[in-house]
Design a protein around this ligand. Structure first.
Ligand code: ATP
Length: 406
């Protein structure tokens, strides 16, 4: 039996790794494939903000799931000290004495192989397979392979194929700048975003795709509108545009769920609710949306709170909360209700005046339907009204909207 072994920091595992293993597996036909993350890589210092070895193992397992017959092994994580390949190969040889072990590596590792810890032990117990990381280095690879054959009597397979030119180091930088998704296996990327590993922030195209999958198709245009409006408001009021966009993209993620599904999410995420909320899907979706979007996409606390209060508002909202609440109210797709024109104007002139008007409009609408208003909206309105008085400002007058709430 042939066993293909691929070791690395896998910090994180990327599509370059996957391509290398898939191409080598197609050429060599191994029965088993082991991906082995190093606990303490001997060749490089891990970045101080690297996730734990257990986390790298988990990502490696997610990557292995993309390759038929592959699994992630924790063999190096269970050993103390530096993770020498020689030790790993000996341990695997003891487990599989009659099989051919083939250690797969990239060009950079092939060239430095003679400087590794006990290269002769590795070569005595395993064959070497090399897959180029970059295009056009074939002659250099052949020369390095010959050195290993001559010096250690190693069996070396040079695997031809098109590499995916990627490195974990470059990907970590891309992740912080909302990039990198196209260089990572989907499940690995989703995991990184969920845990916000490496200080990653979600790629907006990816986040939209993921979040929109939860929406009824007719709601997508609204959510796009809220994102556009939230970005304009963030620019106007100096808020973080990334957080404003994330809140907007995710704000209605549970809107489509029925009452029972909303209540199940409340139970799952231990969400406290009052009597009025329990009776209303509209009120519940803000809370369940914040919890679900946080669990899926690792939102910051500030972003989650902006989603949580996007339906009722509350006293003393942060700029991000006000932007999310108001963008939802005035996005370009909204039309045909009293007060909208005045509210749109106020949103770009004074956030306190805009919030007072928006909450007044909302309370007027709720009461007009004979429904009870939520305490957060009532106290929120009183807070903003008081704030205007304190600042010596008059509330906005809007046609068709009462000047005071009853
Ligand atoms: P870093 O950027 O931190 O150096 P890396 O991208 O080289 O990381 P490692 O986990 O250190 O990833 O590499 C594990 C193995 O995968 C090594 O043998 C390396 O040569 C090989 N490798 C890495 N990237 C590629 C790639 N794009 N194509 C083929 N092999 C690769």
């Amino acid at each position: 039996m042939r066993i293909l072994i691929f070791g690395g920091s896998f910090n994180p595992p990327h599509l370059g790794h996957i391509r290398s293993v898939q191409t080598a597996a197609a050429a060599l036909g191994p029965e088993k494939i082991f991906l082995i993350p190093a606990s303490v890589p001997p060749h490089k210092e891990l970045d101080p903000d690297s996730p734990s070895a257990a986390e790298r193992l988990r990502m490696t397992a997610l990557a292995a799931a993309m390759i038929p017959g592959a699994e992630a092994l924790d063999i190096e994580l269970r050993r103390e000290g530096k993770s020498y390949t020689a030790d790993t190969v000996c341990e695997l040889k003891a487990r599989y004495p009659d099989d051919e072990l083939i250690f797969l590596l990239g060009t950079d590792m092939l060239i430095t192989f003679p400087t590794w810890h006990e290269p002769e032990t590795i070569a005595a117990n395993a064959s070497i397979a090399v897959f180029s990381r970059e295009k056009g280095r074939q002659a250099e690879i052949e020369r390095a392979a010959d050195i290993l054959r001559d010096r250690y009597g190693a069996t070396v397979y040079v695997i031809p194929g098109e590499p995916v030119e990627a490195s974990s180091t470059a990907i970590r930088a891309l992740l912080r700048a909302r990039g990198g998704a196209e260089l990572l296996p989907g499940e690995v990327y989703a995991h990184i975003i969920q845990k916000r590993l490496y200080g990653a922030k979600p790629d907006f195209e990816w986040l939209r795709r993921e979040a929109y999958a939860y929406l009824a198709p007719k709601r997508v245009a609204h959510v796009r509108g809220v994102e556009q409006e939230a970005l304009r408001l963030a620019e106007r009021w100096g808020a973080d545009p990334g957080e404003a966009a994330e809140a907007a993209i995710c704000h209605d993620i549970t809107k489509r769920l029925d009452h029972d599904e909303q209540l199940r999410l409340c139970e799952k995420y231990a969400i406290m609710t009052d009597e009025l909320e329990r009776a209303s899907e509209k009120l519940l979706h803000a809370k369940t949306g914040a919890a679900l979007a946080s669990a899926l996409f690792g939102l910051s606390t500030d972003t989650a709170i902006a989603i949580r209060f996007h339906t009722t508002g509350r006293p003393g909202m942060t700029t991000l909360e006000m932007i999310t609440y108001l963008a939802d109210y005035i996005e370009p797709g909204r039309e045909g209700f009293a007060g909208l024109k005045e509210l749109r104007k106020a949103c770009y002139e004074d956030l306190d005046r805009a919030m007072e008007l928006a909450l007044r409009m909302s309370l007027d609408e709720v009461r007009g339907k004979g429904s009870p208003a939520h305490i957060n909206s009532v106290s929120g309105h009183a807070w903003y009204l008081n704030n205007l008085r304190r600042r010596g400002l008059a509330p906005v007058r809007a046609e068709g909207i009462p000047d005071t709430v009853g």
